[in-house]
Design a protein around this ligand. Structure first.
Ligand SMILES: NC(=O)c1ccc[n+]([C@@H]2O[C@H](COP(=O)([O-])OP(=O)(O)OC[C@H]3O[C@@H](n4cnc5c(N)ncnc54)[C@H](O)[C@@H]3O)[C@@H](O)[C@H]2O)c1
Length: 349
């Protein structure tokens, strides 16, 4: 059986992709993840859901020699999905060199190994941050929307990452690539057995909501109530993590079956629906039956007012269809939070 190498396989999105790859049953899956931002317990969760144990190499993807050893140990690798990266915008402003080194060096290493070890299919986790602060008239964003100067070092690593791939692909006929620009991945596996497990204080809205609802955090602050949106709160395009993971399997098929129309393509992955922060909170309260303790505070510097996608290109070319809406996203995230709480209680008793 051919192997897919994923980096960041014990992380939030990587672990969901691993489950789906195993469930599809066509590939063996191995991972490179040094647990910089995840727990090795993800391997147990993947196994509990899919029935398959993923081999994970706990090495730094920036260590070229160690990465080469993984490729040498698995000569049957036919595709690489590169999820591994640091992703906290605020932290990237505080520690830009840490972000540039980690996110760019790991990418360069993976590309170099694809070329060296004749792995023809490469998928990169990009982000809607490449579009920067978009004027309302330009919404929804398509892949033709001009990418602007990144608002943070994190965003710059995605923009630069896409550029690195582009220059690399021009220089080689050995590798084809796809960059998937995720909008706001949220939610958890429908079993409630796998989901996002932030280390420390969460940076994203949904874990913040579920942790506040559990009493692990005191109160949620909604940043900004005076934006020019339906209810004054910022508007985003939330997309279920399972839908995101699905797109990777389709993108792999697309490349492996030679249906790609260029050696390097980029696709938006969003639901196409804008949901405000207050609407997301209402959906959570409805799904969980829990009243959330929140307050509306000042705008947060660096936040864009609204962004949502036109993802019709991924639908048309990859055959990608989203299956879940905001209610499913919130219900699954809550189920997962309750599972996490149960595990913590057991550990404490
Ligand atoms: N979750 C989001 O909101 C979101 C949005 C857009 C894009 N993305 C991108 O998707 C990818 C996956 O994100 P996620 O939400 O699963 O994040 P995550 O932090 O849960 O997973 C990333 C994983 O990569 C690992 N990692 C980081 N640097 C590494 C290195 N040098 N060597 C080995 N392992 C390393 C971490 O330990 C972690 O397990 C990232 O590239 C991220 O930038 C995420």
């Amino acid at each position: 059986m051919a192997t897919i190498l994923i980096t960041g396989g014990t992380g939030y999105i990587g672990s969901h992709a691993a489950i789906q790859l195993f469930e599809q049953g066509r590939f063996n899956v191995v991972s490179i993840d040094n647990q910089l931002r995840s727990s090795i317990k993800a391997l147990d969760r993947i196994e509990a859901i899919s029935g398959r144990r993923m081999t994970n190499y706990s090495i730094d993807a920036c260590d070229l020699h160690a990465v080469e050893e993984v490729f040498e140990a698995h000569p049957d690798i036919v595709g690489v999905i590169h999820f591994a990266a640091l992703k906290a915008v605020g932290e990237s402003v505080e520690h830009p060199l840490f972000y540039y080194r980690n996110n760019l060096e790991s990418l360069v290493n993976m590309l170099a190994c694809c070329e060296k070890y004749h792995v023809a299919n490469f998928i990169f986790s990009s982000s809607c941050t490449v579009y920067g602060d978009i004027a309302v008239e330009e919404l929804p964003v398509t892949e033709k929307t001009i990418t602007t100067e990144a608002a943070s070092p994190y965003g710059a690593t995605k923009l630069m990452g896409e550029r690195i791939i582009q220059d690399f692909i021009v220089s080689t006929d050995k590798v084809k690539a796809i960059a998937l620009r995720y909008f706001n991945p949220v939610g958890a596996h429908e079993s409630g057995l796998n989901g996002e497990e932030p280390i420390g204080r969460p940076n994203n809205l949904v874990p913040y909501i579920t942790m506040t609802a559990s009493g692990l955090l005191e109160q949620l602050t909604v940043f900004g109530g005076d934006y020019n949106t339906r209810d004054g709160s910022a508007l985003r395009d939330y997309i279920h993590v399972t839908d995101i993971a699905d797109a990777h399997l389709l993108a792999l098929d697309y490349l492996m079956e030679g249906r790609n129309t260029a050696p390097y393509e980029r696709f938006n992955l969003g639901s196409g629906n804008g949901v405000t922060v207050l609407e997301a909170i209402a959906a959570f309260e409805k799904a969980s039956g829990v009243k959330l303790n929140y307050r509306v505070g000042d705008r947060r510097p660096g936040d864009v007012e609204q962004i949502y996608s036109d993802s019709s290109l991924a639908k048309e070319k990859l055959g990608w269809e989203t299956k879940y809406d905001i209610n499913d996203m919130m219900a699954s995230a809550w189920k997962w939070q309750l599972e996490l709480n149960k595990t913590k209680e057991k550990q404490q008793s």
